[in-house]
Design a protein around this ligand. Structure first.
Ligand SMILES: [Mg+2]
Length: 217
């Protein structure tokens, strides 16, 4: 199931059939979502306890260490996006790596976020030398990846930090190469290496080597 807004954005693209396609998550893959979120939390008397791979239950009040109730997380994230979506820092090496592949391959960003903040996200990525198409999505990513990959005759790669998104893509389009990119060891330590995925890495140097091995120079 693809949201109509996501479908509309995908329909606007023309994706080369004869080039590899790199579909890249944004938060924690090319931009520092957690760094920005933790700054936002600190300004609001909260902190993120990396006790498991989840926001739910781990956002806590600084003064009591009680968790923020689950039903308040949506509003908190909305306020975070409102305040900071245009000013997140880049992940080391992301822009350089994607620039090397761009041209020989197509590069598209697929990000789960409120659609109304898409323009600010595009500006933020442009500010950090990542001027690629951005598709805003909600929920599972497999259906959107299937739509993006339709007609592409060369390898398609998908990078994301969140196992659910990678599993969704593996299930929906098993021909797509899934790369588990997770730079923050405080959270990755809770996740086993998942054999279904083509690789797991915390950095763009290793991801670049792996992508080169898949698509050639
Ligand atoms: Mg992410």
């Amino acid at each position: 199931m693809i949201a109509s807004e996501t479908r509309r954005q995908i329909a606007e693209l023309s994706i080369a059939a004869d080039k590899p396609l790199i579909i890249c998550d944004v938060d924690e893959v090319v931009l520092h979502f957690l760094r920005g979120l933790e700054e936002h939390l600190a300004e609001n008397g909260l902190w993120l306890d990396p006790a498991s791979f989840s926001l739910n239950g781990n956002i806590k009040y600084a003064n009591t260490d009680d968790p923020l109730p689950g039903h308040e997380i949506g509003a908190l994230l909305e306020a975070f996006f409102e305040a900071r979506v245009g000013s997140l820092d880049p992940i080391d090496g992301a822009a350089e790596a994607l620039d090397r592949f761009n041209g020989d391959a197509s590069v598209i960003m697929l990000t789960n976020m409120p659609h109304q903040h898409r323009a600010a996200r595009i500006r933020n990525l442009n500010d950090h030398a990542m001027p690629y198409p951005v598709i805003s999505n909600s929920g599972r990513k497999g259906p959107a990846v299937r739509e993006l990959a339709r007609g592409v005759k060369e390898p398609v790669m998908f990078l994301d930090d969140t196992p659910d998104n990678l599993h969704s893509v593996s299930e929906t389009c098993p021909e797509v190469v899934t790369i588990h990119f997770i730079p923050d060891i405080r959270f990755s330590r809770h996740l086993p290496v998942i054999k279904d995925f083509s690789m797991r890495t915390d950095n763009w140097t290793d991801a670049t080597t792996h992508i080169h091995s898949l698509i050639g120079e």
